[in-house]
Design a protein around this ligand. Structure first.
Ligand code: NAG
Ligand code: NAG
Ligand code: NAG
Ligand code: NAG
Ligand code: NAG
Length: 738
């Protein structure tokens, strides 16, 4: 038995030793594992087949495997419903002819697309020998395809009663005789064929045909999902049958249990281990940096803007920043939102020349989402692409290596994990209900929190994914976005599941995030400013001063232009100019008299020309701003004062100008502390202006837009607004904790 493996001891000393130990363990029953033949039928190397083959390799019996029917057209009827299968019998019968009289050789047959090995051949054979059967079939809870045969089955006290033909093991001569009992047409049902044999007492006795009622070897999942539990023992995941207290060695996702199989398959057969993480992730990959940039696979990036979406500029910047040679990228943009046309136009004008090609579909072209997605796939083929990156406007690719990493992963359909920051919302589903809707998988939270990293076979991905062009080129597998009344995402995922195409979600690294378009209201002037609560991360990037957090650095002393007056960078210039834009668009400035119907008392002692935040629907947002960004600064400099959340009834933009109200007489504020954010530039946008604290005879005049003054409101900080002599000065004021 060593002869054909290694001829000299020197050549394979280590290997022989391993083999020897391994063999001794399984020697007790006289089976020679080298002599066992494993058969399966597969006409295509589908994702399921790859997974099957991987498990064979993990348990090291690739040499025992015989794959029947590969590359030949499937003749067993409708693959989708897995009817038929007489074809499998006929292929196996032909393959076994040469062993028809071999009473010693053991034959193991399984399906492939929906089967994973959970253990090695020696363990499987050992357990088979323990059963004392000559042929052992797997068993399940349903009598199928002919229910009426149920009563003909021998009763079992415990265990699954009915035969399943997805897996069996037996001696070659017996198996062959069974296969040879009758003729079967390719498209007839194989399970019915075997059932008929099994139910004949005489044949059952003669061939000692038994069923693996308690999943000693074969675990069929359909109708038995609740029987099993994924467990970890040291470095390896295994499947425990908790009903029969067995640890099955071959897992079959028969019937509607394929999604459960996919989910378990993410761990089993050493795909993922607690310490080493995702082992399967390293298999079948390429390294692009071994390739010249000019030889990178050509990818079509198809961008879909189907709804008003916040932070679209940043979306495009992230696309542009992808570290992938633009000479290997085609662009395709479908925009249906007129509001976004200028941003798309700008991106297109500035960058399209750099890409291999760029095509744009405008809102005025009136092309529906479904048609656009179809067109984009065809466009990919037309451009002889190697991959197709579909990306919706909500998906921000913060990691500039995202595309490169997805290509290197080499899967048919793979999506980067993207989540809405601070939320449990992501671009994949871990499980799905029977009627096709969202269900939370056992590992969903661990995956989105990156507590488990890896490559996960899931039933639904959306928003951003890479599809290998071979899938698009093949009419039998080309994705579809149209399916009855399903939306495009559901249709896409559903179609892929039907076609047996695996969809992987990848969280090996952080790739980016999703923006939340739900409350984005393009009727507002500068609608992004209103996204402070719903898209906080993007909001901060656009609107919070880049040096904001420097104030919290203990090495930096806060700036104090006057006693107990502190000065902080807080917002970007974009924020200050957009806030001016919002109030000027609204335009209803108060008249500067003491009568102010906006106030509860109707009277303002020290009136200014102003617009309140609640007049521009920004009150709640501003209070959030105070809580998230102002309060921490207050606690930094006025230690011991703690008020959460900060309250403020008066939040307003003031306008000073020579011909309207140029200054404000000395006054106290009705606040514990006041903040005053300069919105435009002294000496540029206006002359004069500033704030003078009378007690200290101290003025702050060189105010900078985006910088905030913070000072006590009363008693010590009696103050006035200095005269503006030219131009217009804008400041944003809040009286905090009145
Ligand atoms: C399977 O392979 C056959 C022949 O090679 C091909 O015609 C068919 O389109 C393939 N089916 C799928 C789903 O890839
Ligand atoms: C190439 O890429 C791999 C991972 O993708 C990385 O580990 C390696 O350091 C890279 N090598 C160079 C020279 O950039
Ligand atoms: C698509 O798959 C083919 C065949 O496996 C491979 O050669 C090619 O590099 C893949 N394309 C991409 C973009 O990964
Ligand atoms: C942030 O601080 C650094 C160092 O003080 C300075 O060089 C930089 O200009 C500041 N950034 C902005 C936007 O003011
Ligand atoms: C206040 O300061 C200004 C300029 O610093 C100075 O000219 C003026 O005399 C001071 N007034 C008082 C009352 O100290």
């Amino acid at each position: 038995m060593f002869g054909d493996k290694g001829t000299t001891i020197g050549r394979c000393l280590a290997w022989c030793c391993v083999f020897l130990t391994y063999h001794v363990v399984s020697e007790a029953p006289a089976a020679d594992v080298n002599d066992v033949l494993v058969f399966t039928v597969a006409s295509n190397e589908t994702d399921g087949f790859q997974r099957y083959l991987r498990s064979v390799e993990v348990y090291r019996f690739r040499d025992n495997l015989r794959i029947l029917g590969l590359g030949e057209p499937w003749k067993g009827g409708n693959v989708v419903n897995y009817a038929g299968g007489g074809y499998k019998i006929n292929l196996l019968k032909k393959a076994l002819e040469e062993y028809r009289n071999d009473e010693k050789k053991i034959i193991l047959f399984t399906d492939s697309y929906d089967v994973i090995f959970l253990g090695g051949l020696s363990a499987i054979v050992e357990r088979f020998l323990d059963t004392d059967a000559r042929v052992l079939f797997s068993a399940e809870a349903y009598c199928w395809p002919d229910k009426s045969l149920a009563t003909h089955y021998p009763a079992v006290s415990r265990g699954k009663r009915y035969l399943n033909s997805g897996g069996f093991i037996g001696y070659a001569s017996d198996v062959y005789e069974i296969l040879d009992k009758a003729l079967i047409k390719d498209e007839d049902d194989d399970q019915l064929f075997y059932t008929t044999v099994y139910l004949q007492d005489e044949l059952r006795m003669r061939h000692k045909i038994k069923l693996d009622h308690k999943s000693e070897i074969f675990q069929n999942l359909f109708g038995a999902v609740a029987d099993v539990e994924l467990r970890f023992k040291g470095e390896e995941a295994y499947l425990q049958n908790i009903v029969y207290n067995t640890v099955p060695l071959i897992l079959h996702g028969n019937g509607h249990s394929k999604l459960v199989l996919n989910s378990l398959g993410n761990y089993l057969a050493r795909a993922w281990t607690p310490n080493e993480g995702c082992l399967a992730c390293w298999e079948r990959t390429i390294e692009l940096n071994k390739t010249k940039p000019g030889m990178y696979p050509v990818i079509l990036i198809a961008i879909f803007i189907e709804h008003p979406t916040p932070f679209l500029e940043e979306f495009f910047q992230a696309i542009y920043r992808q570290a992938y040679p633009k000479s290997r990228l085609h662009l395709f943009i479908h925009n249906t939102v007129p509001y976004h046309e200028s941003v798309v136009y700008d991106f297109f004008e500035r960058t399209s020349q750099e890409y291999l090609s760029a095509k744009q579909i405008l809102p005025s072209d009136g092309i529906s989402e479904v048609d656009a997605r179809k067109l984009a796939l065809e466009h990919c083929l037309l451009k002889e692409c190697s991959g197709y990156l579909s990306i919706d406007a909500v998906a921000h690719l913060d990691n500039e290596h995202m595309l490169k990493l997805l290509v290197e992963q080499q899967r048919g359909i793979v999506a980067p994990l993207l989540i809405r920051p601070y939320k449990a919302w992501s671009n994949f589903w871990g499980a799905i209900t029977d009627d096709g809707f969202y269900a939370r998988s056992f590992d969903y939270m661990e995956i989105i929190k990156n507590e488990r990293r890896g490559l996960w076979n899931v039933p639904f991905v959306s928003n951003c994914y890479l599809i290998n062009a071979t899938i698009i080129a093949n009419k039998a597998t080309r994705p579809t976005y149209e399916d009855a009344d399903l939306d495009t995402e559901m249709a896409f995922a559903h179609g892929n599941r039907q076609r047996g195409l695996f969809m992987y979600i990848n969280n090996r690294l952080e790739f980016g995030h999703l923006v939340n378009p739900d409350t984005y209201d393009i009727r507002l002037a500068y609608p992004e400013i209103y996204q402070i609560m719903d898209n906080k991360l993007d909001w901060e990037k656009r609107y919070i001063h880049p040096n904001y957090s420097e104030s919290f650095n203990p090495d930096n002393k806060p700036i104090q232009p006057c006693p107990d007056v502190y000065w902080f960078p807080i917002s970007t210039l974009r924020f200050t100019s957009e806030l001016i834009g919002i109030v000027e668009t609204f335009g209803q400035w108060s008249d500067g008299t003491n009568q102010d119907p906006r106030l509860t008392g109707g009277y303002e002692n020290v009136p200014t020309r102003d617009i309140h935040m609640n007049q521009v629907q920004y009150e709640q947002h501003w209070l959030y701003f105070l809580k998230e960004y102002v309060k921490p600064l207050q606690e930094l400099v006025f230690t011991g004062y703690y008020h959460d959340p900060p309250r403020s009834l008066m939040n307003f933009v003031v306008r000073y100008r020579p011909d309207e109200q140029p200054s404000l007489r000395p006054h106290h504020d009705s606040s514990t502390y006041t903040i005053n954010i300069a919105l435009n530039q002294a000496g540029v946008d206006y002359e004069g202006g500033g704030c003078r604290f009378i007690r200290y005879n101290c003025s702050v005049t060189d105010t900078k837009p985006g910088w905030m003054l913070m000072h006590p409101g009363r008693l010590t900080h009696y103050h006035e607004g200095l005269r503006v002599t030219a131009g217009t000065r804008y400041i944003m004021i809040s009286f905090v904790d009145p």
